[in-house]
Ligand binder design. Structure first.
Ligand code: EPU
Length: 419
């Protein structure tokens, strides 16, 4: 069951509840390794990356239990292995997030080097720079990062070369148990980093500056039990908003955080969407209109998220006019463009910019998903294309979107999973 068969052409209309955020729950699951008591997490999305993280924690020796509402309890007290092996890291790069916590809590960690992936080379030099500055001895050999420290890590003043989300998360987690006050400059401001920080504070950490580019972490000797509710997924919310916009439909998304989506909502308005927001809901109405093409550049938060780029390339493909989209975060995140061209999209790639001349109608075709957000872009294009689109390698989408075919079907789309 690894393909989605989509008959396009129906406006999506209805209401959805946002799921918990993938990119918040992954670091927070890793953070449970820092505690010496059980941590309970709710609003956990049902995703393949979550299952992979749980498997990793289990292999390290943690005890996990899950109830029918995806509330997960992680008891890290029995952790007695310190290795994230290649077979797990190759399926989920976010496994690198156990490096900081294992090292800070147990003084040793071994993590397979993640290597490149479909969106770029994705080095982890900033993670290693920060941990070394905090006193870790790190060797990289035979494809593994081996890190150790004698006693506790020690505080340091870290200035990151570039804004990195998991790099900031790893160093933030490590610093919570270090001796002294660590400062991380040029830190990521992504809402998911803030969510991780709030969870660490609930576990007893002392962190100031969340949501700014300077984090100040005063190390504590231990972190304790807590119950934490994962924030809603802003990228999932954004993807469904584009699904409604691209099909000329209307949608209300509940249990979400409009404040985390400012850059995306602005571009949807420029595309012609009527948007209303409340404290935890967003309503979008396209009033049956074809979208206008938009111009945008991806950038770290609060800029336009790279994880919404493929969805807007799909939107521009069917919009009125010419739109340009520049990718500045990852070097190779336009794999969906060739597939969209197979559906009749007119897109020219110039360096890291996709210049689209919108066509009135895309045509369904067999296409191949190459990564999570590229798959989302192809599915959105398929929803508005004439005829049938078969999206292959859909396992990518299950890494980050809960029950996507059920949710789209509930909004009126014709989507079926086939083998
Ligand atoms: N980078 C370095 N050195 C480092 C770390 C990063 O050069 O040590 C570079 C990367 O190669 C990239 C840029 O810095 O060009 C930003 O990468 P970042 O580290 O911020 O990305 P990430 O932490 O690996 C997370 C999300 C991604 C999301 C990016 C950017 C998680 C688990 N992953 O990745 O999510 O695209 O931040 O916002 O949080 C997705 O959900 O589909 C996804 C890819």
């Amino acid at each position: 069951m690894n393909k989605l068969l989509i008959h396009g052409g129906k406006p999506l209309i209805g209401e959805l509840r946002a799921a918990g955020a993938k990119n918040a729950v992954l670091p927070i699951l890793a953070a449970t390794l820092l505690a010496d008591e059980p941590i309970t997490l709710s609003n956990v999305p049902h995703l393949r990356d979550v299952t992979t993280s749980m498997e990793l924690l289990g292999r390290l020796g943690a005890h996990l239990s899950v109830d029918e509402r995806m509330t997960i309890e992680v008891d890290p007290r029995a952790v007695d292995k310190f290795c994230a092996p290649y077979d797990l890291v190759k399926t989920m790069r976010a496994s690198i997030l156990v490096l900081g916590p294992l090292l800070a809590r147990h003084g040793y960690a071994e993590v397979s080097l993640p290597g490149g992936c479909a969106i770029g080379s994705r080095p982890v030099d900033q993670h290693l720079y920060g941990l070394r500055a905090m006193g870790a001895e790190i060797e990289v050999e035979a494809g593994y990062i081996r890190a150790r420290c004698r006693g506790r890590l020690r505080a340091a003043r870290l200035v990151l070369d570039l804004v990195t989300v998991t790099g900031t998360a790893n160093l933030l987690m490590a610093a919570t148990l270090a001796e002294g006050t660590t400062v991380i400059e040029n830190a990521a401001r992504e809402p998911e980093v803030v969510d991780l920080g709030e969870c660490l504070i609930a576990m007893g950490a002392d962190i100031k500056g969340l949501g700014t580019d300077t984090l100040i972490i005063c190390g504590v000797p231990r972190l304790h039990a807590t119950h934490y509710r994962i924030m809603p997924d802003r990228i999932e919310t954004g993807t469904y908003l584009v699904a409604a916009a691209i099909t000329g439909g209307q949608i209300t998304i509940r249990d979400t955080r409009p404040g985390c989506l400012d850059a995306v909502l602005l571009k949807l308005q420029e595309a012609g969407a009527h948007i209303e927001t409340g404290q935890d809901w967003i309503h979008l109405d396209m009033q049956g209109q074809r979208p206008q093409a938009v111009h945008l550049r991806t950038a770290p938060h609060p800029g336009f998220p790279t994880d919404m780029q493929a969805q807007f390339v799909a939107l521009n493909a069917v919009a009125k006019g010419v739109g340009t989209i520049t990718e500045t975060v990852f070097e190779n995140r336009f794999m969906h463009v060739n597939e969209l061209q197979r559906m009749g999209a007119v897109i020219r790639l110039e360096g890291n910019t996709a210049i689209s001349t919108g066509v009135a109608q895309l045509t369904g075709a067999p296409v191949m998903a190459t990564d999570l957000r590229a798959s989302a872009g192809l599915i959105l294009a398929a929803l508005v294309a004439q005829g049938e689109t078969l999206v292959d390698r859909i396992y990518h989408i299950d890494r980050g979107y809960e029950c996507i075919e059920e949710r789209l079907s509930r909004l009126g789309a014709s989507v079926r999973r086939v083998s």
